[in-house]
Structures are given as structure tokens and as C-alpha cells.
Design a protein around this ligand. Structure first.
Ligand SMILES: Cc1cc2nc3c(=O)[nH]c(=O)nc-3n(C[C@H](O)[C@H](O)[C@H](O)COP(=O)(O)O)c2cc1C
Length: 185
């Protein structure tokens, strides 16, 4: 097994206070940041499109930070950058949907993951409005998971959002889209 090389910068525990402000006196070195990015490129993740109803229509963004949290209550978490348009929907009590993407939905992921392609979102006949939640849902997704924002926790540039699941619709075969090293498996 190769030697692990780490601890090039300050250890970042307690680096943010309860409001998510970072303690810049303990900022990690650029070298550590670069190594961290390289390590994260090796972290394969399923990816989804978060959707909600914004003030003037549907909003959505690609997210790979989706993590199962608890079965009782059925809940998960997702981390949303505060600079993302979608962040305005992440208030407690608001509903949103996690559309877990299928292997053949790369184009959808690319459009919802790039600010330059905002006008390519919610196009085509794969989008509909879920009759009960009224949220935008994607056809042929691995799953459509309807959630209510239960809690949010600021951390650095992001909000950690706990979503309590209120409804789940499953797609067909298990064939998720996996994001790794800036591309898809
Ligand atoms: C595969 C993939 C996964 C992503 N995961 C996240 C994520 O978990 N959280 C996040 O805040 N942004 C994530 N992003 C970036 C946002 O999707 C991207 O910045 C998007 O353009 C934000 O929406 P906006 O342009 O409407 O602000 C991801 C992008 C891609 C391509």
C-alpha cells in the first residue's frame, strides 16, 4: 500500500463557527486545497437534479452531495452553495424534489450543473408537474424523492440542508448516473 501524504495545512476542525463563518487564521494552504480537490475527484457519487418552484417558475440544479441520513424519520441531506439560484428555495418548510439521474441523463446533468446553460433546463417532454406536490419531476429518473426542508446548517460557502422525505416514486432498472473525476462513469 502506498504511503499517505497529508496534513500539509492546518487541521480544519472547528474552522467554522455556528453561523458557518470560517476562521481564516486556520485557512488550509493552497497545496492542501489542491490535494483535497484531487482526492474528491476520486470520490464517485450518484448525482441528482434538485427541483422546486421559484417565484417565477421552476428552479433546479445538479447536486452530487445527496446523502441518506436516517430511516426514522426518512430523511436525507444535500449541500447547496449559497451562491446557487436554487438556494433561495432552501428555507425550512419548503418542498423540493430530488430527481436521481439515470445513466442516460448526462445532458440533463450538464445543463443543470452549469450557469451558462440555465436556458437549457426544463426543456423537452421529460418534465412534468407532480399532481400532489406540484413540484417539477423528471421522467425516467432513478427515483423522484419529494422532501420538505426540515433544518439548514450554514457551513462555509454552503448550506447543509436536511430534507424530510414525504413521497418517493421509483423508476425502472437500477442504472444510476455516477459522477467521478469531472466526468461520468
Ligand atoms: C455533477 C455535478 C454535481 C454538483 N453538485 C453540487 C452540489 O452538491 N452542491 C452545489 O451547491 N452545487 C453542485 N454543483 C454545481 C451546481 O449544479 C451549479 O453551480 C449550478 O449551475 C447552480 O445553479 P445556478 O446556475 O442556477 O446557480 C454540481 C454540478 C455538477 C455538474
Amino acid at each position: 500500500m502506498g504511503a499517505l501524504v497529508f496534513l500539509k495545512g492546518a487541521w480544519p476542525c472547528d474552522a467554522a463557527d455556528r453561523e458557518g463563518r470560517l476562521d481564516h487564521a486556520r485557512s488550509p494552504s493552497p497545496e492542501l486545497n489542491e490535494d483535497f480537490r484531487a482526492a474528491m475527484r476520486r470520490l464517485a457519487s450518484a448525482v441528482g437534479v434538485l427541483t422546486a418552484n421559484g417565484p417565477v417558475g421552476p428552479l433546479g440544479m445538479a447536486a452530487s452531495s445527496i446523502t441518506s441520513l436516517t430511516i426514522e424519520p426518512p430523511s436525507l441531506l444535500v449541500c447547496v452553495n449559497r451562491s446557487a439560484t436554487f438556494h433561495s428555495c432552501m428555507n425550512e418548510g419548503r418542498s423540493f424534489c430530488i430527481n436521481l439521474l439515470s445513466r442516460d441523463q448526462r445532458d440533463i446533468c450538464d445543463a443543470f450543473g452549469s450557469p451558462a446553460r440555465r436556458n437549457e433546463r426544463f426543456v423537452g417532454d421529460c418534465w412534468s408537474v407532480d399532481p400532489s406536490s406540484k413540484l417539477p419531476v423528471l421522467a425516467d429518473a432513478q427515483a423522484n424523492i419529494v422532501c420538505v426542508v426540515s433544518r439548514t446548517f450554514p457551513y462555509g460557502t454552503h448550506s447543509i440542508v436536511v430534507g424530510e422525505v414525504s413521497d418517493v416514486r421509483l423508476g425502472g432498472d437500477i442504472a444510476p448516473l455516477i459522477y467521478q473525476n469531472g466526468g461520468y462513469l
